[in-house]
Design a protein around this ligand. Structure first.
Ligand SMILES: *Cc1c(COP(=O)(O)O)cnc(C)c1O
Length: 225
């Protein structure tokens, strides 16, 4: 199916979710995750009106960047090896996977401007997932104060793979509450107003629970070319 028609369906569901909880759909940034698909398909997404692309590997991002350049806003959404930071740092608008101090140090050292970061939180506590435990997140953010090139724009999480709506809702609500706690600290380097949560299977619920960025791959651009 064409990206344009999938996009129409997704925008419709985003609008429905927003209506349900009295939110403005313009508050929600839709990131097309193109990690499974070709450059052509990513181009199709841009032509359909997408402005934000997400990749989870430096090779994937660089390959597409060479062709698409900085027309889209790039989001780095995957776990990021410290030695890869220098490859992507001047190409990305947001890094969604800040989860340790060595990574913060490297970002700070390599950047020549403030980098918008989201701290990744492992809300569900699953061992297979990256991110900080909820209980360690605030302490971690407090340690980021000295890094002048890092701005903590918000938090990111990946929900468990489940159709259980209550489990998903709890996960997203916990991230929102945690962001509220960070906001209450009024740290000038950590406004923490963004919530990056929600993927193909759960974005409507994430929006109802406060997501400001949804990262959608399969449902929007598909898995193949
Ligand atoms: C792959 C990926 C997505 C998109 O997943 P879909 O289920 O295909 O929508 C979102 N976020 C992250 C971090 C990913 O790695």
């Amino acid at each position: 199916m064409k990206v344009a028609s999938k996009l129409e369906q997704i925008r419709h569901r985003i609008n429905q979710a927003c209506t349900k909880v009295n939110r403005d759909p313009n508050e929600i940034r839709l990131i097309a995750v193109t990690k499974y698909v070709s450059i052509e398909r990513a181009k199709e997404a841009l032509e359909a009106g997408i402005e934000d692309l997400g990749e989870n590997r430096d090779e994937g991002l660089l390959n597409k960047w060479e062709v698409l350049g900085d027309k889209p806003l790039w989001h780095y959404i995957g776990s990021l090896q410290t030695r890869k930071v220098k490859n992507i740092i001047d190409k990305v608008e947001y890094i969604h996977s800040l989860d340790r101090l060595t990574l913060a140090k490297e970002i700070n050292k390599r950047a020549d401007r403030k980098i918008k970061c989201l701290v990744q939180v492992n809300v569900s506590g699953e061992e297979s997932k990256h991110g900080l435990p909820i209980e360690e997140t605030i302490q971690f953010i407090e340690l980021l104060r000295p890094f002048e090139n890092i701005s903590v724009e918000g938090l990111m999480t990946m929900a468990p793979l489940t159709d259980n709506e209550q489990v998903l809702r709890d996960c997203f609500r916990k991230l929102r509450e945690l962001a509220g706690q960070v906001q209450a600290l009024q740290l000038d380097y950590a406004p923490c107003t963004e919530l990056s949560m929600g993927m193909s299977n759960d974005y409507a619920i994430a929006i109802e629970e406060g997501a400001t960025m949804v990262r959608i791959g399969t449902a929007l651009v598909g898995e193949d070319n």
